[in-house]
Design a protein around this ligand. Structure first.
Ligand code: ADP
Ligand code: MG
Length: 232
């Protein structure tokens, strides 16, 4: 494994409600190499989404570090952090999180518009929609698309700025088997074409057979390599 592109070092994360403290991650460490694909499996509630959100800089740990290359992600202020996420991290969620009042094409353009890159945005969006097999559907609104199609739009959006890392939280969790397979095929193609490193949380280990590593998250966010990994 080369030097990590993204790593977590000794993360602690607890949630508090009233006087109760729920410790989710305790000294959780993780490193993702350039171009590497890692799947994380584990029981519901164990802390998989929490780790992904911390890796993305969407939430802050109580202690520990997130490093992207040689940058300390959690040391950035909110504006720098938003800019960093927009440029370097593509997020894909179980429930797509598309903006309902915008077309598929506009949703894919959004990260480019936010970054002030309006000029090439329509062409880039069309190119990415073609890549996920939706070249004919750019003008459709999310409500006019199936779940699998919405997720493919979300993947195209995640790629808009050419991020080095895609973080996907149960991206097939809301899809039937066939559409789940299609979404995984799209991820496969994306990886082959863009060399995007990927962390994907899933309940379905069958879908990640080509991944470099499959890690199981246990209590406290401890990550252990499973023997499921099947390098090609
Ligand atoms: N914002 C929050 N406030 C309080 N508890 C939370 C919050 N987010 C997650 N949790 C709790 O933290 C634990 C881990 O959640 P999560 O990371 O979503 O697990 P997973 O993604 O593995 O299902 C769960 O017990 C969940 O209920
Ligand atoms: Mg989750």
């Amino acid at each position: 494994m080369g030097p990590p592109i993204l790593s977590a070092v000794d993360l602690d994360k607890s949630y508090h409600s009233g006087s109760a403290e729920l410790v989710v991650l305790r000294e959780c460490s993780f490193a993702l190499a350039n171009n590497e694909r890692v799947a994380i499996v584990g029981q519901s509630g164990v802390g998989k989404s929490t780790l992904l959100h911390l890796l993305a800089g969407l939430d802050r740990a109580d202690s520990g570090e997130i490093r992207f290359g040689d940058r300390d992600v959690h040391a950035m202020g909110e504006i720098d952090l938003a800019r960093f996420r927009n440029r370097h991290i593509g997020m894909v969620f179980q429930f797509y999180h598309l903006l309902p009042e915008f077309s598929a094409r506009e949703n894919v353009m959004m990260p480019l518009l936010i970054a002030g890159e309006a000029t090439g945005a329509p062409a880039r969006a069309d190119e990415l929609l073609a890549e996920v097999g939706l070249e004919e559907r750019g003008h459709h609104f999310p409500s006019e698309l199936s779940g699998g199609e919405r997720q493919r739009v979300a993947i195209a959006r995640a790629l808009a700025r050419g991020p080095e890392v895609v973080l996907a939280d149960e991206p097939t969790g809301n899809l039937d088997h066939e559409n789940g397979l299609r979404v995984m095929e799209v991820f496969e193609r994306v990886h082959a074409r863009h060399q995007t490193a990927m962390v994907l949380v899933t309940h379905n280990q069958e879908l990640v057979s080509g991944f470099d590593r499959v890690l199981r998250m246990g209590p406290g966010g401890q990550l252990e390599q499973t023997d499921q990994e099947a390098p090609r």
